[in-house]
Design a protein around this ligand. Structure first.
Ligand SMILES: *Cc1c(COP(=O)(O)O)cnc(C)c1O
Length: 462
């Protein structure tokens, strides 16, 4: 017997499969027709025409048997549901904020927060924009200002915390506009648009002390704070011995409140919340939530949804869960890198981002190269991805296209849904599209909605 000496230490999911959902790969001609019907926008494809769906990790999670059990015992009372109080208890214990205002999803919370704190002419600094977050800040009359570190714009930089806020940039914004024009700092964890890149505890402390000097609030976009906590545990000096729960708690301890999409870290299909420490702000939010979402003890969620989210939050901070979650994303990243596909490094916590500036360098950005690549990937293997480049960046207040430095396609991994074999197939399809990159052209826009255009715009090949 000859056993190799370097036996690897592979990871495995801390769960097994109890129910399966059938998926089907449409044939080549069906895919061609489906993509044309969808105007080359993967958001407009029908789910049943998709084989492997990496559009988003939002609400696409597989719930556990414990969550499904909680669904069955959900209390559907209009007011004062038992599951509201359960969720409040979990949010207080895990995230540490005093007041919970449930919303139907993250943007519901962003809407409330923006309406309550932002006045016309205000400036809201943040570590790279997120589409709905920025929309609500500007809808309330504010202007978003990006204060992320420069490394975030460089897909090849291996900085371990590319989501960090640049303290000098932030100080300059405070100097220029004055603290009274800055209602709060919008602080995102595992910055989505930068490639799922984390922020460090050290950065949070520095931002906190600068803001404390000026009396500026810090509001956390906690959507992926658990995934961020995992990266802190792995990468930040002195944090290896801390639990995920301790790190998450510490992140939140520097914040005045948070908006949260339960559809991501919360491992549910719908739900979110606003959580704040200030009593008077909470009172105002409870007042506003009844107009837009629902009564303050359900805010757009069914009782069963709140029950599932409460269990999902508890599961999300288990080390074995978050380890498998983030390492699965890394598995896809390594596969692609082995094929020579240019991807954003370090690998993100929820997605791998293809660097389209390097893959389709012959297509001008005004011809939507990442949008085109996403369409080609669907044609190739029935795989659905998402553009995160010029289409997502949209237009400025004067109506001009914004040209972001990153032109990316995002392959987003839903939680607990796909196996490594699915990801093998994905990596092979991506590599095959890259192989024929030279023969791929651009797109032109044939319909453009007035805001958040990436959701519904239609395109045609040039
Ligand atoms: C998804 C997301 C949101 C919005 O949450 P929804 O539940 O989709 O409304 C806000 N911020 C970030 C970083 C997100 O990824």
């Amino acid at each position: 017997m000859q056993i190799k000496t370097d036996i690897p230490n592979s990871w495995a999911e801390p769960w097994k499969i109890k129910t399966v959902e059938h998926i089907r790969l449409p044939n080549k001609n069906e895919r061609k027709i489906a993509l044309e019907d969808a105007g080359w926008n993967t958001f407009l494809l029908k789910s049943e025409d998709v084989f492997i769906d990496l559009l988003t990790d939002s609400g696409t999670n597989a719930m556990s048997d414990r969550q499904w059990a909680a669904i069955m015992t959900g209390d559907e009372a209009y007011a004062g549901s038992r599951d509201y109080y359960k969720l409040e208890e979990v949010v207080r214990r895990v995230y540490g904020f005093k007041h919970l205002i449930p919303t139907h999803q993250g943007r519901g919370a962003e809407h409330l927060l923006s309406q309550l704190l932002i006045s016309s002419g205000d400036v809201v600094p943040g570590n790279m924009y997120f589409t709905t977050t920025k929309f609500h800040q500007e809808y309330a009359g504010g202007t978003f200002v990006d204060v992320i570190i420069d490394e975030a714009q460089d897909p090849t930089s291996t900085h371990p915390f590319k989501g960090n806020i640049d303290i000098d940039k932030l100080a300059a914004v405070i100097d220029e506009h004055g603290a009274d024009k800055i209602p709060y700092i919008s602080y995102e964890t595992n910055v989505n648009m930068a490639g799922g890149q984390p922020v460090s505890l050290e950065n949070i402390r520095e931002v906190h002390s600068l803001c404390a000097q000026h009396g500026i609030k810090l509001m956390l976009d906690a959507t992926r704070a658990v995934e961020n906590s995992y990266f802190i545990k792995c990468r930040e000096p002195g944090c290896q011995e801390k639990t995920i729960a301790e790190i998450l708690w510490e992140i939140c301890s520097y914040m005045d409140g948070c908006t949260m999409s339960g559809k991501k870290d919360g491992i549910v299909n719908i739900g979110g919340f606003l959580a704040v420490n200030d009593d008077s702000l909470a009172q105002q939010a409870r007042n506003l939530v009844v107009a837009f979402e629902g009564l303050h003890t359900y805010g757009g969620m069914a009782g069963r949804d709140m029950a599932a989210l409460a269990v999902g939050i508890e599961e999300s901070i288990e080390y074995n869960y978050i380890y498998a979650r983030v390492e699965q994303v890394g598995y896809l990243g390594r596969k692609l890198a082995e094929f020579g596909v240019p991807v954003v490094v370090p690998f993100g916590g929820h997605a791998i981002y293809l660097d389209i500036n390097r893959i389709l360098s012959h297509i001008p950005q005004a011809q939507f190269p990442a949008q085109r690549f996403a369409g080609e990937l669907y044609l190739e293997g029935g795989i659905r991805a998402m553009e995160r480049g010029i289409v997502s960046a949209g237009r400025d207040k004067q109506g001009r296209n914004i040209f972001p430095s990153l032109e990316l396609v995002r392959l987003t991994i839903p939680r607990r849904v796909y196996t490594q074999s699915h990801l093998d197939v994905v990596s092979e399809s991506v590599a095959r599209v890259c192989q024929r990159a030279d023969s791929i052209g651009g797109l032109e826009i044939i319909y453009e909605p007035s805001h958040l255009r990436f959701f519904q715009a239609r395109f045609s090949p040039i």
